[in-house]
Design a protein around this ligand. Structure first.
Ligand code: GLA
Length: 730
């Protein structure tokens, strides 16, 4: 044991001649790195912008630790590339295996010795190069900070040696977590119930999640929020990848290293999935991280990044159109008379886009009448459409709407012409059973003939018809996928990218039984996300705030569903369903013909409100509203001179006099004209004093609205209010 007095030397990275320091800054954020040539790179600071003249060596010293009694003489510093070489016991950021021809020469985990060889800091980017000369490995990590304050990190590995080896894992990000973040908010879910939050202390147990179904799935482990409980500051993290992920936070309880937990995120690789021949290089997807003063500010950072850097440009030049989707109205029971009547009813509501969902296609022996057949046979069913799709599309257009079509290109029904012709085109193991899910198999996109067939079919559909929009669905897990996950995801990206390039005006929505594949990788090539198959407004009051922590409202499809709801069985008033659907990209997924006249009128009024407010909702800053009653939740968007808030109530209030709802994001000194847009929730509206004032508008300062708030009648379950604000300019 070391004597206490001996513990005097500061921790690794602070050698006698000391490391160099580099900083990356943006308007509101700073990142500081310690760079010790021949040794390691470390994170010194990640947070709010520091002064220009901050002494970076002093900054490092301020959080450096001395040695304790039970520690290596030179404690391992996992830093930005955790390795085992100095006795660190966590998961290494790089793990390698032997290739077939190189059984004896692959480095063991304890032998990898990657040392920082050079770095380049330029504008808002830092690239770090590490080398292991003995085994011929080179790692490059690239950090970037964007104008929005979003930090991106990714890594690549190059085989600079003479022998091939396999790559079993490479973290896109490996980073010591700044010590002030002590809480971990993670997400979990299932079909129709996505993105539930769990809060837990970050230490001492840490956290580990991964997916192994070829996509992120409903599990939500590709998103993370770390929180400093004392100040509300949060750090959000996400892997921008539509394949499997591996997320972990490892805490060094034993104190072998410097005690900081390490956050690692990357694409999960199967053992031996990637073989690196001499000279070959493999690159990870990107991780996004950012620290922000609170969860509203964090949402705004992600939204700004998505809007400026991720979402496809070009398609979103016009306001987001109100959809009517045929699925909940007709299911598989498609007929031209029904569809034409549905189009007419949609147009009377003010719908702007008619989306024909599942059931329109088929092959020579069967057509898609249920979910057991025809995926792969992407030909318009002549049983349903004797003259093809064009008459329906013409009718839709004559009513002033555009036309969208559902497809599920990556899938294959065993009962289909395509499967009969090409039984080897699906993911399978030779000689083994082919397990189905929703009665379907998955096409192997790593086969060029498969993607060529899909490209031909999709191109033909888009060329032969006037289609403005595709709903691209993906309704099962990918297995058996062993060893092909990365190649499969990349092939999917190429397929969509090529299609977009050939049809630049066509918008694409990504759906995966709802929220089974939502990430910034798919968002970079799609315009809209279907966040959940669950349209129940009570569920949506949780699901939309959860997704909008990371994804902007305009991308989140939000539909008015039927009552009773087909998934939950719950009956909810139209006024409530319609208000909740307004916060997102609004649509209707119910049969207007089956609605009562009063409900149709109410829905049409909300569609008109959406059209009036979408300019604010889809470009503004999102704020998460708090209320002491757990049954009350709210979101608010501020944009230029306007703001709109949604306050929803799920349960009967325990208090007669519910606490006022306090708004956010307003200018304290500015006067706002506040109205409660109608229609109002019928029962709750009886409890609204001075109804006339709330119609014509009440002038209140931003300060009073944020400090004291508005005492809405927040008593009745299953009601919602909209609050509209406009700056009063004198
Ligand atoms: C999935 C989607 C639904 C609908 C059906 C059609 O479940 O999530 O929205 O398109 O497929 O089969």
């Amino acid at each position: 044991m070391r004597e206490p007095g001996e513990a005097s030397k500061v921790a690794a990275g602070m050698e006698a001649n000391g490391p160099d320091y580099a900083r990356l800054d943006q308007e509101a954020s700073t990142l500081v790195f310690a760079l010790a040539k021949g040794s390691a790179a470390d994170l010194v600071y990640l947070g709010a912008r520091l002064p220009e003249d901050e002494d970076l060596a002093a900054l490092a010293l301020a959080t450096a630790r001395s040695l304790h009694e039970s520690q290596s003489d030179r404690p391992p510093t996992p830093g930005l590339l955790s390795q085992r070489r100095e006795g660190w016991s966590g998961t290494p950021a790089v793990s390698l295996g032997p290739s077939d021809e190189n059984c004896d020469e692959a480095p063991h985990l304890h032998e990898v010795d990657l040392r920082l060889s050079e770095w380049e800091a330029r504008a808002q980017q830092l690239s770090l190069t590490y080398q292991d000369d003995r085994f011929g490995l080179e790692i490059e990590q690239r950090w970037r900070i964007t104008a929005s304050g979003m930090i991106t990190a990714k890594a690549s590995i190059t085989n600079t040696g003479a022998h091939a080896f396999t790559l079993d894992g490479l973290s896109a990000l490996a980073m010591p977590i700044p010590a002030r973040f002590d809480q971990l908010i993670s997400f979990s879910g299932r079909w129709a119930s996505e993105m539930h939050e769990t809060r837990q202390p970050l230490a001492p147990t840490g956290f580990a999640r991964h997916s192994a179904i070829g996509k992120p799935g409903f599990g939500g482990g590709n998103w993370l929020v770390l929180e400093d409980e004392a100040s509300d500051e949060v750090l959000g993290a996400h892997l921008a990848w539509s394949g499997d992920y591996d997320t972990r936070v490892e805490c060094d309880n034993a104190g072998a290293s410097d005690g900081r937990p390490i956050l690692q995120m990357g694409a999960r690789l199967d053992s031996g999935e990637v073989t690196l021949e001499p000279g070959a290089r493999h690159e990870t997807p990107e991780v996004l991280i950012t620290a922000a003063p609170d969860r509203s500010a964090l949402a705004q950072r992600f939204h700004r990044h998505a809007r400026e850097q991720i979402l496809p440009k070009g398609t979103q030049t016009a306001p987001r159109k109100v959809h009517l989707n045929s699925w909940e109205a007709l299911g598989f029971n498609l007929s031209e008379p029904d569809l034409f009547a549905l189009v007419d009813a949609a147009s009377e509501l003010g719908i702007e886009r008619f989306v024909l969902d599942d059931g329109w296609f088929g092959g020579t022996e069967e057509r898609r009448q249920n979910d057991r057949t025809s995926l792969g046979d992407w030909f318009v069913s002549r049983d349903v459409f004797p003259a093809g799709l064009t008459p329906l599309i013409e009718h839709v257009k004559a009513k002033g709407m555009d036309f969208g079509l559902w497809v599920e290109p990556e899938m294959l029904s065993p009962q289909s012409d395509l499967y009969r012709a090409h039984p080897d085109w699906c993911l399978h193991t030779t000689g083994a059973p082919r397990p189905t899910m929703r009665n379907q198999l998955v096409l192997d996109l790593t086969k060029p003939e498969v993607t060529a067939y899909l490209a031909e079919r999709l191109n033909a559909l888009l060329t032969e018809h006037d289609i403005a929009y595709l709903k691209w669905d993906h309704n099962r897990d990918l297995f058996p996928l062993t060893g092909k996950g990365t190649a499969h995801t990349r092939a999917l990206y190429r397929l969509i990218d090529d299609l977009r390039a050939a049809h630049p005006a066509v918008e694409i929505e990504s759906c995966s039984s709802g929220g089974g594949r939502i990430d910034y990788g798919i968002l970079a090539r799609t315009d809209r996300i279907w966040p959940s198959d669950n349209n129940d407004a009570i569920e949506r009051l949780r699901i939309i705030p959860a997704w909008s922590q990371f994804v902007p409202l305009e991308v989140l499809g939000n539909h008015v569903g039927p009552s009773p709801n087909p998934i939950t069985g719950r009956r909810l008033a139209m006024d409530f369903r319609a208000k909740v659907a307004l916060f997102g990209h609004m649509g209707v997924e119910a049969d207007p013909r089956a609605m009562r006249e009063a409900d149709r009128t109410n829905l049409a009024a909300h569609i008109a409100l959406y059209k009036q407010w979408r300019g604010t909702l889809h470009a503004g800053d999102l704020w998460r509203l708090d209320h002491p009653d757990p049954g009350v939740g709210g979101l608010m968007v501020t944009h230029q001179d306007t703001a709109l808030a949604l306050v929803g109530q799920t349960q009967f209030s325990p208090a007669f006099d519910a606490a006022p709802i306090r708004l956010k994001g307003l200018e304290p000194e500015t006067l706002y004209r506040v109205t409660l847009p109608q229609p109002w929730p019928p029962k709750a509206a009886l409890y609204l004093p001075n109804a006339q004032s709330w119609q014509s508008g009440v002038a209140l300062s931003g300060q009073s609205l944020m400090t004291q708030g508005l005492a809405l009648p927040l008593t009745h379950p299953e009601t919602a209010w909209l609050i509209a604000l406009e700056k009063i300019t004198t």
